[in-house]
Every structure is written in C-alpha cells, then in structure tokens.
Design a protein around this ligand. Structure first.
Ligand code: ZN
Length: 103
C-alpha cells in the first residue's frame, strides 16, 4: 500500500515496495532511476510521480533534497501524475474480474 509524503518543498512522493513498482510497471526487474542498481524483492522504493522516477532508499534522500518547488502548470501535472499512480495502485488491489464491465 503506497504511503503518500511531501518534500519540505511540497512535492509529492510515495513510499512503495519494489514488488508494487514491478506490478504497476509490468517490469519484473525494476531498477533505481539514479544509481541504476536492481531493486531487491521487498525493498522500499521512493516513487516521485511528477518525475515518473523511482529510487532506492540509498539514493532517495539525496534526490528528494534536490527537487525544488513546483508552481503553476507543473503543480497541475504533479497532481495528475500522483492521482494516476494512486488509481493504478487502487486497481491492483482488486481481483481481475472486478475490473471487467458487467455483461
Ligand atoms: Zn539508487
């Protein structure tokens, strides 16, 4: 279950597991978008929706510290990206049949 946080500058990020990242991206072997190392099963991952990037915990702190404030259109994009990821994670919780339209 993703945990929503904000940086001191108010930029949204999510703490998810490596397995949640693998499922939502259909990538069985996700990597950190900073150090490019493979993420380990069960490892916590920091996902920054507005950047569409995911980071291992070793890189996340440094990366989050470099993200400045967003304003105007960027803030609108951020909100939509965050909601899209949250919707995806919500859909992943449902059994496959629940996503089908009734006949
Ligand atoms: Zn990393």
């Amino acid at each position: 279950m993703p945990i929503h946080h904000n940086t001191p500058n108010g930029v949204a990020y999510l703490t998810i597991t490596r397995d949640e990242l693998a499922s939502c991206t259909n990538n069985r072997y996700p990597i950190c978008d900073e150090c490019l190392m493979g993420l380990s099963p069960g490892e916590d991952v920091t996902l920054v929706p507005v950047l569409n990037m995911a980071y291992c915990q070793r890189c996340a702190k440094a990366v989050l510290a470099t993200i400045g404030q967003l304003s105007g259109y960027d803030k609108i994009i951020e909100k939509r990206c965050l909601q899209a990821y949250l919707n995806t994670f919500e859909q992943m919780k449902k059994p496959a049949d629940a996503t089908r339209e009734p006949k």
